[in-house]
Write a protein that binds this ligand. Sequence first.
Ligand code: ADP
Ligand code: ZN
Length: 724
Amino acid sequence: MIAEVIVDIASGETDRIYDYLCDDDTVVGSRVRAPFGGKIVPGFVMRVKETSDYPQEKLKKILPCPDELPALNAECLALAEKLTARYRVPKALTLRLFLPAEMRTGKVRELTRNYAVLNLSVSEMKLSKTAKNQLGAAQYLEEHGKTDCAYLNTAFPGGVSALEKKGYVTVTKEQILRNPYKTIEEENVSRTLTPDQERAVKTICEDSRTVQLLHGVTGSGKTEIYLTLIAQCLKEGKSSIFLVPEISLTPQMLSQLRSRFGKNAAILHSGLSAGERFDEWWRLRTGEAKIAIGARSAVFAPMENIGVIIIDEEHDSSYCSETAPRYNTFDVALLRAKRNGCKLVLGSATPSVETYKRAQDNEFCLIELKNRINKRPLPEIVIADMRREVRRGNNGAFSGALKEEIEKCLADGNQAILFLNRRGYSQTVICKECGYVAKCEACDVSLTYHRDEKCLKCHYCGMKYNTLSACPDCGGIKLAYAGTGTQRIVADLQALYPNARILRMDNDTTSGKEGHYKILKAFSQHKADILVGTQMIAKGHDFPAVTLVGILDADMSLHFSDYRSGERTFQLLTQVAGRSGRAEEQGKVVLQTFDPENDVLRYAVAYDYKGFYENEISLRAAMAFPPFSKIVRVLITGEDDKKTLEGLRNVYVGLEELYTKEMDKFLFFNKMRAPIKRIQNKFRYQVLMRLADTSILPQIYDICAECRTRDVLVSVEENPANMS
Ligand code: ADP
Ligand code: ZN
């Protein structure tokens, strides 16, 4: 038999598929080792066939890997084919999504341990009295049975191997699964569903449509509904995929899942070590674990017989991939749901405008949860007009209203969360003499001052620079630190409230796989009074003692030049506000803004999603923005500016031809520099389009695929979440 093998998928930029001789029982999707260019490289069997176009005698033979199951199941292979065709990327790139990195690179480190067992009883052995270690090990084994060799080797050095040589002992290797969340305590609560939750579960199960949108206010108990659905699947022997937007959410969710589902729950996310991820992945592949939980990449979990797919916080922008293939998690989940004939449940307090429209159009089933659990009121949101604060001479980060509420909150022994969307100490370093702004050498963005580390950092590439004592342009020494970051807020707060215990949570404080977990745990155990953080504190957390949320700068995301900035702001404000007053005590939210009359803020303050949606959808219709059109950006990047420009020209010429032929399908067509001209030393250009009719999308993909070269990357993005 002949196997078509894809080799070298680790680098993944090109497809290298070769014919090899293989055994008759070779299974499609299985991992193999292939002789290639004098080396043995890892590969995967894509197809098995009778004959090859190459002369048989020239073909080499593949060596199998001793896996109990092929790494890729039929569903994953079929899905990979579909994605490869849809996004016009090499198959190798698509396959990477389905495999843990360790498996691709062939450096799979199954964690194994050696165990020794006796073959004879000690009395039957011929051992000299002076062989103390052999005697010791043998006696130990006789008393305790099978024992870890690591222990025996320390206690009786050399004993086991000598016994093995004599045939008295057999040593076997056993695979150990790493346990990535040893430190997570299981939270053991079982709840009976409220009538609202019962109704939601019933509708989801009974409605005939595939996609179910669960629109429930924050604190309405959506998680409990997801867990019930997963439990039902488990009872029927089916598996589930449960997607959550950010790693910071998973530990909390995981402890709930672990207590309820034990080892049936497996977690897949980038914060794990490669070995841990491999183990979790393999547990899912073998069916030992039946629930995959993780960020967007978990949508590729190697499962069969899926009973439900859940996308929590479906509006979150992290569900859009920003590397090739630039898939949308919803699209992949829908393909899998259809193939498995199961439900795809989307949950959110603030569904994306596009999703909600599809529910309004009856394509999706809409289930609404209008109340919090136990009819707890939503927190009251008060607006603090920062223009008035400035007029009163308050140039600080906190309004009078917020300071008053913080004091009250601290005096009552409650907790507060302060939200700001910038990390670091201050935003930029500006020379007051000449206007110089410190920028990253590799990226076209300004640097942020970090006081802890006494350095300037680029938030795009992570590069660190020394702080400046003088302006490098004019030599002036009047350097100003403009803007406010999370570090600065903490310093200011501490000065105002010297006795308050303050925690900070942002990208700088959460490194390591349990970074988030530790901060969240300390806060939930009330080891701090105030938590200051970026948008990672906005999502999903449930802290009963939090009665105050302060939103320091509600405007910051309103003025981005993105058609979705209103939507994003509404979502963010609603999410952050939702952290307050989740238990017995009424919560409060202080929202600071320079633009209090803004429509989006007014809808957010009133918790009026419908009002916001009606307003937004009519704006979108009037402007012909998505969902009434599709924005397509072709991004051309490369390290050599000239070659990249040439790439842009090629793409543009190809697309322009299409444009002239099919003008009625375009609403907008232009080429330009990308908003950020350079990131990580790569120059960036773009062709921006808005399509009234998406039937020409495949042609756009084809044109762009042809312009890809070794030096110039060309990627197509549909309704990109990030337009920088
Ligand atoms: P959401 O995800 O909709 O924001 P959560 O699922 O976090 O809401 O639930 C909010 C709170 O209500 C949590 O503290 C949760 O433990 C509690 N809760 C959920 N369902 C029930 C129930 N059936 N009975 C009692 N408490 C519940
Ligand atoms: Zn940089």
